[in-house]
Design a protein around this ligand. Structure first.
Ligand code: B12
Length: 441
């Protein structure tokens, strides 16, 4: 006879959490990845990133001194703009004259502030944020939501909006039911996605739902709806798993795993073990600080929901920073065809640029763009913006991708495959054709 239903439902809660960790044989590789991330955290030339801090805190081995120094750098960065109260800014509009740090044109900083608040909760003992910080985040959510009402989507993205709700929940702060319902509706109508891959965003939203439900921060009716929505999201993730174990792509797979961990489904869902195995087989894909920071928590069997329940006082001071090995230099040269396309209705021509660019064999796409700009400065120009993920391509041939119009410079390899990494990380093959295409998302 099978187990009674009640027992089956209780099983995830009764089993030790260790079941949801990667196999012991992978401990060395996971440790090395943590040590390399720590090395990057110790580099004063890199801007502090709250997502990186969170990853270090959620790991099972630590370097408390380095983590403390990193936290101080984060606090220096965030205290200045958000340490001051919102009063005097009006409620629906920024007063640019009185605000030197947040201009009216800038979108709300929902995601960054959310990650910082999550980081504060992950320190030992947890730091309760200054009230102003929570107020700012609630304000950003409202700004995002106003955008959502006007344009049908948040001003930033559902990913950032989800992070905002999650961070407030982890701090046990309530948000208006309407804020949560907007996410539910978006999920229900399949509006969370953009550019093909929805897994990262669906997962962040499912984590927020799980938190709200588990911490009982919403009424019972809404809680039941959130539970159903989360279940649906994790079913879709499991169904969407490829034969290689990957869910979405390799960079969204850690997010799907976070959902299985947070809901306890990691104990029973076969997709969990297969996705974990896929990550372990492809750890070399996680070579940038941002991608390493997103994968490390799940490699320790932890999700962002574990932030609030971290045991303090028993943290092993056993991790030492490791330098990243420099990429191997490849001798010789290669040629890459660089194409710029603008398929949007207001562009006078589809193909705006098409040249073959000779570069050293180990050149990245960013190097290709630099060489093209140096060879014909009148015909090829581009701009990038530094982000925690690396340089983000914002302008090509004088055409700027505008956040408020939701267009961006998509990067693809011919004939039509979007790259899964940014311009600084992608190393084209000899003879490859790369397309920079002004697209909508
Ligand atoms: C929303 C989003 C976008 C939006 C960003 C615009 C916006 N206003 O939000 C759009 C659709 C424009 C976008 C574009 C791209 N994205 Co994107 N994006 C995301 C997503 C879902 C959330 C990012 C976010 O808001 N983070 C929270 C905020 C607080 O952090 P942030 O670092 O400040 O966020 C900013 C930057 O990350 C930047 N950004 C977004 N994507 C990328 C990608 C790269 C390579 C860089 C350098 C910057 C960047 O925009 C964010 C908002 O301002 C992540 C998912 C994830 N797991 O991280 C993928 C993700 C970061 N993107 C990814 C990729 C591959 C791209 C593209 C290269 C796709 C392509 N082939 O063109 C392009 C970037 C091309 C370029 N111009 O340089 C990958 C990066 C993987 C990697 N190896 O590093 C991720 C992880 C998705 C995935 N699972 O594959 N993206």
């Amino acid at each position: 006879m099978g187990l009674p239903l009640v027992l089956l439902l209780l099983l995830p809660a009764l089993l030790p959490a260790r079941c949801c960790e990667p196999p012991a044989g992978s401990a060395g590789a996971v440790r090395a990845l943590g040590a390399r991330l720590l090395g990057l955290a110790g580099d004063p030339a890199r801007d502090p990133d709250p997502a990186l801090y969170l990853a270090l805190r959620l790991a099972r081995e630590h370097d408390p001194r380095l983590e403390r120094r990193y936290l101080e750098r984060l606090q220096d960065t965030f205290q200045h703009p958000y340490g001051r109260s919102l009063q005097g800014h009006g409620h629906s509009r920024w007063d640019a004259e009185h605000s030197t740090y947040v201009s009216r044109e800038e979108p709300p900083h929902t995601g960054r502030l959310a990650l910082y608040l999550l980081g504060l909760q992950a320190t030992c003992p947890p730091l309760s944020p200054h009230r102003a910080l929570v107020t700012w985040l609630k304000y950003y959510l409202e700004e995002d939501w106003t955008g959502s009402r006007r344009q049908g989507h948040p001003v930033t993205s559902y990913y950032q909006y989800g992070l905002g709700v999650l961070a407030l929940c982890v701090h046990r702060k309530r948000v208006r039911e309407e804020v949560v319902r907007r996410l539910l509706t978006a999920q229900h109508h399949g509006r969370l996605g953009h550019g093909g891959n929805t897994v990262d965003t669906e997962a962040v939203v499912a984590l927020a739902f799980t938190c709200l439900e588990q911490r009982r921060l919403v009424g019972t009716g809404l809680a039941a709806q959130l539970r159903v929505a989360t279940h649906e999201a994790s079913r879709n993730m499991a169904k969407g798993q490829g034969p290689d174990g990957i869910i979405g792509n390799i960079y969204s797979t850690p997010w799907a795993l976070q959902v299985f961990l947070a809901t306890g489904e990691c104990q029973t869902e076969p997709a969990f073990g297969q996705a974990m195995a896929a990550l372990l087989e492809n750890l070399e894909a996680f070579g940038t600080a941002a991608t390493m920071a997103q994968v490390l928590p799940v490699l320790h069997g932890r999700s962002y929901l574990d932030i609030a329940s971290q045991p303090c006082g028993e943290e092993p001071d056993t991790l030492t920073p490791l330098d990243m090995e420099p990429l191997a230099e490849v001798p010789g040269n290669k040629t890459v065809e660089l194409v710029v396309e603008c398929p949007l209705p207001w562009c006078y021509e589809l193909r705006l640029y098409d040249r073959v660019v000779p570069v050293p064999a180990s050149a990245s796409l960013l190097d290709v763009l630099r060489v093209a700009a140096a060879r014909d400065p009148r015909d090829f120009r581009f701009h990038t913006q530094d982000t925690p993920q690396g340089p983000f391509l914002t302008q090509v041939l004088g055409l700027e991708a505008r956040q408020e119009k939701r267009n961006y410079w998509q990067i693809l390899t011919a004939p039509n495959t979007p790259l899964q990494m940014g311009i600084a990380d992608y190393r084209p093959q000899d003879g490859e054709t790369l397309i920079l295409r002004l697209s909508e998302w």
